[in-house]
Design a protein around this ligand. Structure first.
Ligand SMILES: Nc1ncnc2c1ncn2[C@@H]1O[C@H](COP(=O)(O)OP(=O)(O)OP(=O)(O)O)[C@@H](O)[C@H]1O
Ligand SMILES: [Mg+2]
Length: 149
């Protein structure tokens, strides 16, 4: 699906939030500036959590309170650590993951260990500066849940 503006990306995130329930893991992938944080903002708005959702520069993960809390993590800075998997474990994301929706930017190859069922959302930037979004279900009932999107 094509997302012409940042507002379209946020609106897509709000729609996606309608599918989400506590315990879900969503991986946001795509290059720098693709719109991963913008999508996370839409998801947060859809879940009705407290904001603002920003790029976590100094923290790797932040919990946003709400009816269903949102754990928003950015694994980008973990990429150059000697043992990124251990650092992900140290964050204890799985301790909060049962009651929350966990959204991780740049998490591929790192956070699948948290949950073998997850939704992958890939964003790509086209030459005309619009974005393309692609959803890939991994395990669980994700494929079925995506039918309503
Ligand atoms: N259709 C679009 N969807 C999302 N962002 C867009 C779109 N068009 C333009 N933008 C701009 O692209 C930028 C996307 O930034 P954002 O921080 O969401 O990307 P990111 O993928 O999280 O980057 P990073 O890899 O640094 O975490 C914003 O400045 C936004 O305004
Ligand atoms: Mg980001």
């Amino acid at each position: 699906m094509k997302l012409k503006t940042v507002d379209d990306t946020r609106a897509f995130g709000r729609r996606l939030a309608g599918l989400l329930r506590p315990g879900d893991l969503v991986l946001l992938t795509g290059p720098l500036g693709a719109g991963k944080t913008a999508l996370a903002q839409g998801i947060g708005a859809g879940l009705g959590v407290e904001g603002p959702i920003t790029s976590p520069t100094f923290v790797i993960a932040r919990v946003h309170r709400g009816p269903v809390p949102l754990v928003h993590a950015d694994a980008y800075r973990l990429g150059d650590r000697p043992d990124p998997r251990a650092e992900i474990d140290d964050l204890d994301l799985d301790a909060s993951a049962d009651d929350a929706v966990t959204v991780v930017e740049w998490g591929v190859g790192l956070v699948e260990q948290l949950n073998d069922e997850y939704l992958q959302v890939r964003l790509d930037r086209l030459d005309d500066d619009t974005r393309i979004v692609e959803l890939s279900p991994h395990g669980g009932d994700w494929a079925h849940r995506l039918e309503s999107m």
